[in-house]
Design a protein around this ligand. Structure first.
Ligand SMILES: Cc1ncc(COP(=O)(O)O)c(C=O)c1O
Length: 378
């Protein structure tokens, strides 16, 4: 069997490292020489910088975005018997973390155009047990936060932003991470702000939440070997803090580049027969992924692959139709927009190191692939 050489990879983390090599190597050497490998000065310095970047009073650095969701829910007091409202069209962690604290995920559909939670559907899903709303800023575009915060205020609910894909995104000029009471970030390597390993953080301006999360990530200690809470080992490693601090300095420039490459796709692709992503009027989208829609998704992905272009599907099966979550009790047809998105979306390569020429090449291949099909319009 012959494999097609990759002409345009979906992601190129090595190219980014090469562009930052001296800064990253210095940061790693600093950690090696400090002898402090978990939390410590490098992590605190990153926490301070990232809190300021998000416009939040506190940032607590953790070992993953999943841990961030888990601890944010615990700090908000969500527990056994409570309900948390979120979407099925997300990475599984948004839903899984709700069950980690013993609560029940109550799912509502997304808005077709934004791929984020439909604020109107939230109010219908509220019961006496609802404690929190967990909107996901999917693909790097903030959910429509004003109506979400209004419903939350009306029913005394906590809002926890899942900002795992949205570092630097803005809602009506406000950075994500500063809108809900708590926000959760992932620094998984492929994220817009990615570590060189696992990483995550919670941002909040509530000092009580911040204090609880700081203790919970480190075995619930308020001092060494004094455990006031039942905690976890969710601490960030010093290497990751040092790397993230270097990378944070480049994030705005990378976001600008992502946005300009997205504009280029926006111009070239409608003509090629796919529906391009919509930047909502309230949003500054950071294009963690650039996702198009087409009825011919699987055929398009195959054709691009044959042309040496890597793509991805975020996500092929919504959470309510995953075998592991069958017992949530939702059936096929429960969430029409989530289900149709899962069958139609295709993420094209988009990262700061991608050249505009590569964007043109991908767009041409999309056109070529779809020109041989009849049902390419959504
Ligand atoms: C929307 C969303 N939430 C949560 C997570 C979990 O983050 P992590 O992989 O760092 O645990 C991710 C990671 O991909 C995500 O995309």
């Amino acid at each position: 069997m012959t494999t097609t050489p990759i002409k345009v990879p979906y992601l190129d983390l090595k190219a980014q490292y090469c562009s930052l090599k001296p800064e990253i190597d210095d940061a790693l050497t600093r950690v090696l020489e400090s002898g402090q490998f978990v939390l410590g000065q490098e992590v605190s310095a990153f926490e301070e910088a990232f809190a300021a970047y998000c416009g939040a009073a506190h940032c607590i650095a953790l070992n993953s975005g999943t841990s961030a969701l888990h601890l944010a829910l615990l700090a908000a007091g969500v527990g056994l018997g409570d309900e948390v409202i979120t979407v099925p069209f997300t990475f599984v962690a948004s839903v899984a973390a709700i069950e980690y604290v013993g609560a029940r995920p109550v799912l509502v559909d997304i808005n077709r155009d934004s791929f984020t939670i439909d604020p109107v559907a939230i109010e219908r899903a509220i019961t006496a047990r609802t404690r929190a709303i967990l909107p996901v800023h999917l693909y790097g575009q903030p959910a429509d936060m004003d109506p979400i915060m209004d419903v939350a205020r009306k029913h005394s609910l906590v809002v926890i932003e899942d900002a795992a894909q949205a570092h630097g995104a803005q809602y009506k000029g406000r950075p994500v991470g500063s809108i809900g009471e708590l926000a959760c970030f992932s620094f998984y390597p492929g994220k817009n702000l990615g570590a060189y390993g696992e990483g995550g953080a919670v941002t909040t301006s509530n000092p009580d939440f911040a204090r609880a999360i700081r203790m919970l990530r480190d075995w619930g200690q308020d001092r060494k070997y004094h455990h006031v809470l039942r905690g976890f080992n969710y601490r960030m490693e010093a290497f990751q803090g040092a790397i993230l601090r270097v990378k944070l300095g480049h994030l705005d420039q990378w976001t600008e580049t992502r946005r300009s490459l997205a504009r280029k796709y926006d111009q070239l692709l409608p003509d090629a027969g796919v529906e391009t992503p919509r930047e909502m009027p309230y949003a500054r989208h950071v294009y963690h992924v650039y996702t198009v829609r087409t009825y011919d998704r699987d055929a398009l992905q195959k054709a691009l692959h044959a042309a040496g272009i890597q793509t991805a599907i975020h996500y092929p099966v919504p959470v309510h139709l995953q075998p592991a979550y069958a017992d949530l009790g939702y059936k096929h047809g429960a969430f029409k927009h989530s289900e149709s998105a899962a069958g139609q979306v295709l993420s094209l390569p988009l990262y700061p190191e991608l050249s505009p020429e590569a964007v043109a090449e991908v767009s041409n291949e999309v056109r070529r692939a779809l020109s041989t099909k009849v049902h390419s319009e959504v």
